[in-house]
Design a protein around this ligand. Structure first.
Ligand SMILES: Cc1cc2nc3c(=O)[nH]c(=O)nc-3n(C[C@H](O)[C@H](O)[C@H](O)COP(=O)(O)OP(=O)(O)OC[C@H]3O[C@@H](n4cnc5c(N)ncnc54)[C@H](O)[C@@H]3O)c2cc1C
Length: 499
């Protein structure tokens, strides 16, 4: 398990490390786990909180990506589908198979038969057979709110859903059980010296103290931030994608729907997630400062509402229906050709400059493959081990002692019931290195996104429990409340709700 309390950086800095992994998103967590399983003495450092970056703000799909296959990225799709099947097998409580519907209207491309061919191949790449045509009548029964104009029916297939930040935490727990060490709120400022003799300047974000670590290998897994540490020419094109979360009663869907936006024809998902309905995503260049938490813009809200109101014409969804929002920045490896954002490929890349290995791009779904590639590039494994690891039947070997249901993508766990909330908080507070209140409300749990009041009532009910567990006095509690509400207002609510 991850240490309940954050270890002291000064103590960790005094130790000898074979490998330092920079970045505590899914990529860094994956590298840490694989390295620990190989017996490499590894430390992961994260500047903010684990999964603070893109890995808590994705569309939460563990999928091959039909869109990528349609763009000809068959290798990426196959890799992602095989990883999807593996995660479904290995983490059945966290990664859940889910029906996906692709409604088809008259005159729309691709129509029924081209989609049937694509899905035949899609399933084949995953070694499953799980798609069929759904008639307009069956579709209307299954999704009554969907507009029926020119509706022919839908292709039904399956992919999977998860809770992305819980997936990162699950990987970190596993890595800790394999002997790895991890630390949040510790940011790398510089890496100097050649491979084998790197000096890593590491800032403790809580005390401000700067420490120097002497390490043999550094893997920079900082996603959208990768160019800041890589030492090479910039390669990452940060693309923002945003989501809306609305009450399921306002837009009820039991399946993940892919619907086309009336303005530009882009496919957008409408899907059930932890008791709400999620709508997303957008895809645009993120020009804001990467060190500020990303936030949805008014234009993106209007775009997503326009999609819903064109595809579900009787729903009349408005801004007042939005419970929360979620915006993330994709670390996309730029083609350098100034392509439309949605046409940039989603493969990962690994490169080396001055001995620092940088890994960026790719997908949540393919984190295991990305991690194995990074270890190869760092010279920590050879080609034979690379092949062996890719073919290895299991990644997760330790029994998970995470409370059942935590992170289940389709269950609003633990809901409103105070006893269940208390049990969950107790477990998280003693096992998951919570430093700030936003760690608890936005990433260990999703209360900040799921509860219409942002969790105000829950926090009032459990204030003493949280303060006792974390050793906070009244002054610290007030400080944490202000910090959490500021983050919530800035990055998880609509601009109008920000006042
Ligand atoms: C809107 C959206 C939807 C998506 N949907 C899906 C999906 O449905 N399925 C899917 O498979 N993929 C999806 N993705 C892609 C996926 O989320 C990302 O590829 C993945 O999360 C990237 O993980 P990462 O670990 O590389 O980066 P991150 O999760 O961003 O982690 C990098 C970490 O590095 C830290 N860091 C930065 N600088 C430093 C430093 N100097 N020192 C220490 N730490 C540092 C950051 O704080 C950050 O936490 C989506 C992405 C977006 C944006």
């Amino acid at each position: 398990m991850i240490a309940g309390k954050r270890p002291l950086l000064a103590e960790l800095a005094g130790e000898q490390w074979d490998l330092v992994v920079v970045g505590g998103g899914i990529t860094g967590a994956g590298v840490l786990l694989l390295a620990a399983q190989l017996g490499i003495k590894t430390l992961l450092v994260e500047k903010q909180d684990f999964a603070w970056g893109t890995s808590s703000r994705s569309s939460k799909m563990v999928h091959g990506g039909l869109r990528y296959m349609a763009q000809g990225a068959v290798r990426l799709t196959r890799e992602a589908l095989q990883e999807r099947e593996r995660l479904l097998r290995e983490l059945p409580d966290l990664v859940v198979r889910q029906p996906y519907l692709f409604p088809i209207r008259k005159g729309q491309f691709p129509g029924r038969w081209p989609m049937a061919i694509v899905l035949w191949l899609y399933d084949r790449l995953a070694s499953i057979r799980d798609h069929r045509w759904m008639s307009a009548a069956e579709l209307a029964e299954r999704v009554p709110a969907l507009g029926r104009e020119q509706l022919r029916g839908a292709m039904r297939y399956t992919d999977a859903l998860t809770d992305d930040s819980r997936l990162v935490l699950r990987v970190l727990h596993e890595a800790a059980a394999e002997g790895a060490t991890m630390l949040n709120y510790a940011g790398v400022e510089a890496v100097t010296g050649p491979q084998g003799e790197h000096e890593v300047a590491l800032r403790d974000q809580l005390t401000g103290a700067l420490h120097t670590l002497h390490v043999k290998h550094v893997i920079n897994a900082t996603g959208a931030w990768a160019d800041k540490l890589s030492g090479s020419a910039p390669r990452v094109r940060p693309l923002r994608g945003s989501h809306l979360l609305v009450p399921a009663a306002r837009l009820p869907v039991a399946d993940c729907l892919t619907v086309r936006h009336p303005q530009d024809g882009r496919p957008v998902f409408v899907f059930p997630w932890q008791g709400l309905t999620c709508i997303g995503t957008t895809d645009l260049d993120h020009k804001e400062d990467l060190d500020q938490e990303p936030a949805i813009s008014q234009r993106e809200i209007d775009y997503l509402l326009a999609l819903v109101n064109s595809q579900f014409p009787d729903v009349h969804l408005g801004e007042a229906d939005i419970i929360s929002t979620m915006a993330g920045v994709r670390p996309v490896i730029s083609s350098g050709k100034g392509l439309d954002p949605s046409r940039e490929r989603r493969d990962h890349a690994v490169w080396q400059e001055n001995g620092i290995i940088t890994v960026s791009g790719g997908k949540l779904t393919t984190f295991r493959v990305i991690a194995i590639d990074a270890l190869l590039a760092a010279g920590l494994i050879d080609q034979t081990a690379h092949r062996r690891l890719l073919a290895s039947p299991r990644l997760f070997r330790q029994a998970a002692s995470v409370p059942a249901g935590l992170g289940h993508p389709l269950k609003p766990w633990p809901g409103e019931e105070q006893g269940a909330q208390a049990a969950l908080l107790d477990w998280v507070l003693t096992h998951e290195m919570v430093v700030h209140l936003d760690d608890l409300m936005l990433r260990r749990t999703r209360f900040g996104n799921l509860l219409a009041d942002g969790g105000d009532a829950l926090l009032a009910a459990h204030a003493e429990r949280i303060c006792n567990a974390l050793g906070w006095d009244e002054q610290r509690w007030q400080h944490e409340l202000t910090r959490y509400r500021t983050i919530l207002q800035h990055s998880y609510r609509t601009p109008a709700a920000m006042g």
